[in-house]
Design a protein around this ligand. Structure first.
Ligand code: NCD
Length: 331
């Protein structure tokens, strides 16, 4: 593996290898000295053309825990505002000595274009490209799901996949790179995936995807204790990517597709296919009172902060696999 651009490119073996390496990295993060010397002398550049809190800081923490040098580039306040192209920006960073570029860009396909270009020899990691993909988010979500369920069963998560797990992804699927990366990875790992959204927030052609589609969250949650999902992933309504009105009002959206207090209570009583209380996931940032109630945001079922911690382990694993040793330049 030379770059990480999409979860659709990952085989079952590669996905498990990243997750298992992330488990090793998580052990490093619990030590008194949270550092490995693996990437000493290597430089990782965070190249961000869109806003970010979690992803950028998480990649920075991951690179530093592996002893790499980190440079942070944000398009705001840079020569991009003077008209500099992506090619010239990237070649400038490479001249400064970058070995890996972690890029977030508003254009779908930007990371793939960079990886295929002759502008740089750096390893390219996609940290979110438009509405296309966000592979490390899906990997950290998979780590969270795998950990939660194996812990409840008293098992070691390593080497296991998500076979038999039912995961519902709810909300603005149309604009969500998180949803796309999750769908491909969850399917590769053997989970069943359901999508829940207003018809206006589902992409054209979704019926050809390997998922079940629901237009009603209440229907997707089902009734009875054995019904419903093992995990529910709530997505933010990405108003910044919307040119028009995709649903009548925010209140109407919450009433029909939000994780309200009433739906939280129903979920609490559920035991999904694996017989455990369902997990709530959210990639962040959460919009409390829109897609998720304050009670659901603060519920012990909500994994959002564990997801953030797991993000550091997953990104350490990805940087390690791409930059150290024989995996570099082999595929
Ligand atoms: C997401 C993103 O930017 O794609 N956030 C993240 O990286 N954790 C989702 C979002 O912005 O809603």
């Amino acid at each position: 593996m030379r770059h990480l651009l999409s979860t659709a490119d990952l085989s079952h073996t590669q996905a498990l290898s990243i997750l298992d390496t992330a488990e090793e990295m998580a052990a490093v993060s619990t030590r008194e000295v949270k550092k490995l010397p693996t990437l000493r002398g290597r430089t990782v550049v965070n190249l961000f053309f869109e806003d970010s809190t979690r992803t950028r800081i998480s990649f920075e923490a991951a690179a530093k825990r592996l002893s790499a040098d980190v440079m942070n580039f944000s398009a705001k306040g840079s020569s991009v505002s003077k008209g500099e192209s992506l090619k010239d920006t990237v070649q400038t960073l490479e001249a400064i000595g970058a070995d890996a570029i972690v890029m977030r860009h508003w254009a779908s396909g930007a990371a793939a274009q960079l990886a295929a270009s002759d502008w740089t020899d750096c390893a390219v990691i996609n940290a979110g490209d438009g509405t296309h993909e966000h592979p490390t988010q899906a990997l950290l979500d998979a780590l969270t799901l795998r950990r939660g369920f194996s812990a409840a069963q008293g098992q070691d998560p390593r080497g296991t996949d998500l076979t038999g797990m039912r995961v519902l992804i709810v909300g603005d699927i149309l604009h969500s790179r998180v949803a796309r990366s999750n769908i491909w990875l969850l399917r590769t790992l053997g989970a069943d995936v359901g999508l829940v959204a207003p018809a206006t927030l589902l992409p054209v052609g979704v019926e050809k995807w390997p998922v079940s589609v629901f237009y009603s969250l209440d229907e997707a949650l089902g009734s009875g204790p054995d019904a419903g999902p093992d995990a529910i992933m709530m997505l933010r309504v990405q108003a910044e990517r919307m040119g028009g009105a995709y649903f009548p009002t925010a209140a109407e959206y919450t009433r029909r597709w939000g994780l309200t207090d009433e739906r939280l209570a129903r979920l609490q009583a559920h035991r999904g296919a694996l017989g455990q209380t369902p997990m709530i996931l959210h990639p962040g940032p959460m919009n409390r009172g829109v897609e998720i109630s304050a009670a659901a945001a603060d519920s012990p079922m909500n994994q959002v902060l564990d997801q953030v911690s797991h993000g550091v382990s997953v990104r350490m694993a990805v940087l390690h696999l791409l930059l150290s040793g024989s995996e570099r330049n082999t595929a």
